[in-house]
Design a protein around this ligand. Structure first.
Ligand SMILES: [Zn+2]
Length: 263
């Protein structure tokens, strides 16, 4: 997404944060840079600046670029026309710690979000381990500020929008037959080629608080329910997204279908 954004707006800045600087650099900044290096000239007519090509800080030939940092790291002097928080917690232990959640949230509000230019979208990507996690707080804040926001919620097994069933015994066992944004019937797996339905169902034997992140994406227990919604237009526009791993083409289709007008 960062490479695509910079291809369209090569003079702008992307700022991405993950729980650790190394993770952000290796898993986010590096792949985005490599994608831009390979496809930027052909797709967008813009190249990577060879003098600024580190994974954690790379630039386009038009002067914009991408910076990746770890949560708690200083971001003074960095700009953000697109800001992304990708997994702010390193572990379940961190997600369960009120102290850690407060600390990460304080950093986000005091440091990270202050780097955003007016109207810059902020994207949050994470697994829902706790009802009072970063995502819940971000959604709550967006509601209070009357920001425009959008939730993309892709649980491992599709959940029926009518009754909440995720097809334990059989796909569409509730009979409602409602498909989600990806066209899945209740109980169908998100990425069956890698994580088949049968495998995912076996994961349910784990304690509920762990399987819930996979299967229910915080539904029913979180203060800010995961559902698609948008508030009234305000001075700041923000996008909030919850995205699980899935094939790129399928993810693009889902984003295109649900987030028109946000980016
Ligand atoms: Zn149903």
């Amino acid at each position: 997404m960062s490479a695509w954004f910079l291809g369209l707006h090569p003079e702008r800045e992307v700022l991405t944060a993950s729980y650790a600087a190394e993770f952000a650099s290796d898993k986010v900044g590096g792949p985005a840079r490599d994608f831009f290096l390979r496809h930027g000239p052909r797709f967008f007519g813009v190249a990577l600046d060879p003098a600024n090509s580190a994974r954690h800080r790379w630039k386009t030939s038009a002067g914009g670029g991408m910076t990746t940092v770890g949560v708690q790291q200083g971001v003074a002097g960095r700009g953000a026309d697109l800001a992304i928080i990708d997994d702010p917690y390193a572990s379940v232990e961190e997600a369960m710690s009120r102290k850690h959640r407060d600390k990460a949230w304080e950093w986000y509000q005091g440091e990270f979000v202050t780097r955003c230019s007016p109207g810059a979208p902020v994207i949050h990507i994470m697994s829902r381990w706790n009802v009072d996690d970063h995502m819940a707080r971000a959604i709550e804040q967006a509601k209070e500020a009357k920001d425009r926001y959008l939730v993309l919620d892709f649980p491992a097994l599709a959940i029926c929008k009518e009754c909440g069933s995720y097809g334990i015994e059989a796909v569409n066992e509730c009979g409602h037959g409602l498909r989600d944004e990806l066209g899945r019937l209740p109980g169908e797996a998100l990425w069956p080629e890698v994580w088949p339905r049968e495998f995912l169902l076996k994961q349910r034997i784990r304690p509920a608080r762990f399987s819930e992140a996979l299967f229910r994406a915080g539904r029913g227990r979180t203060r800010a329910r995961s559902s698609s919604a948008s508030g009234s237009a305000t001075t700041r526009s923000r996008t909030i997204a919850f995205i699980c791993s899935m094939p790129w083409a399928r993810l693009c289709r889902a984003i295109r279908a649900t987030s028109a007008g946000f980016l």
